[in-house]
Design a protein around this ligand. Structure first.
Ligand SMILES: Nc1ncnc2c1ncn2[C@@H]1O[C@H](COP(=O)(O)OP(=O)(O)OP(=O)(O)O)[C@@H](O)[C@H]1O
Length: 287
């Protein structure tokens, strides 16, 4: 039997070969059973600012584990701001500050003692525009593992293949791994970026309008991929595409002017919204 080269497995093998606990909690063939309602990210009384401008007001929301949660709402309502706080990307914006509770499991994301680099290893992000490094396809995926893990060449090869397979792009790139990533199509580049994100074994995948620069068939490929990945990762997607939110997500949060208007099961939010404002938005009457 071939060993599972998933990052969780490779790392736990290297870290301590005597550990007896299941080293493969993320593996598709052996998903850990999780109750439907388990919360991974807990946000309470959360305010976010750029200087004096308050972009998010008193937010309370719980992001469920191993589900796809969609953030929807008109431009400027704070969706990306929230996403960027979940993996502390806003550390790079000098005017950005926040208060309240933002936790992933036991980890206090906002605490100054929380290391943003190791947080980002657990919380990967995929942006609107695919942003592969100007390196080979192989080196893009190997970049994070080389930084964070000590792997042999063959372990790294296996992990790169595993990640590209998970991201449903392996068949298209397996014969050109040493070729520049920038030579791939936009849809392939985006799947490569997803492979790069999952290569380091994150718990969460944040996706900020991941399909808005893609054609319909690449969009479909990414949506299928989200469906594949939802069992193993907690996915949060920001999207302006209502069909996409209703097709792909389990839960939907509707924001307006920095406030959460409604959060619930996607089917309920789209078919039986509790708030008139939600109904007006999802039916295309504004925004
Ligand atoms: N770096 C920044 N400096 C100052 N203000 C910012 C910055 N980034 C965002 N904002 C402001 O914060 C508010 C929320 O922006 P954010 O990008 O989170 O909205 P959004 O809902 O993601 O919008 P879109 O759908 O257009 O991407 C907006 O008023 C925006 O102008």
């Amino acid at each position: 039997m071939t060993a599972d080269p998933s990052p969780t497995n490779v790392e736990s093998t290297i870290a301590d070969s005597t550990v007896k606990q299941d080293p493969l909690p993320n593996r598709a063939s052996n998903p850990a059973p999780k109750p439907d309602s388990q919360t991974l990210i807990k946000i309470e009384n959360f305010d976010a600012y750029y200087g004096d401008f308050q972009a998010i007001h008193s937010l309370d929301i719980q992001i469920p584990q191993n589900k796809v949660t969609a953030f929807i709402g008109p431009s400027g309502c704070g969706k990306s701001t929230l996403l960027r706080w979940i993996n502390r990307m806003n550390d790079t914006v000098p005017s950005a500050h926040a208060n309240g509770t933002l936790r992933m499991g036991d980890l206090d994301i906002l605490a100054s003692t929380t290391d943003a680099v190791s947080l980002r290893r657990q919380v990967g992000i995929v942006f609107q525009k695919p942003n592969p490094f100007p390196k080979s396809i192989y080196d893009n995926v190997a970049f994070g593992p080389r930084l964070h893990m000590r792997l042999t060449k063959s372990e790294l090869d296996e992990l790169v293949e595993w990640s590209l397979q998970k991201a449903a792009v392996w068949e298209e790139v397996k014969d050109r791994l040493k070729k520049p990533a920038l030579g791939l199509s936009g849809g392939q580049q985006q799947r490569l970026c997803i492979a790069r994100a999952i290569a380091v074994g994150p718990k969460v995948l944040l996706m900020d309008e991941p399909c808005s620069a893609l054609d319909p068939s690449s969009t479909l490929a990414i949506e299928d991929l989200m469906d594949e990945l939802r069992d193993q990762y907690t996915i949060v997607i920001v999207t302006h595409n209502m069909q996409q939110a209703s097709r792909c997500s389990d839960k939907t949060a509707f924001f307006f002017e920095g406030r959460l208007v409604e959060f619930g099961e996607t089917e309920q939010v789209f078919t039986l919204p509790k708030k008139q404002q939600t109904e007006d938005y999802v039916s295309g009457r504004f925004g």
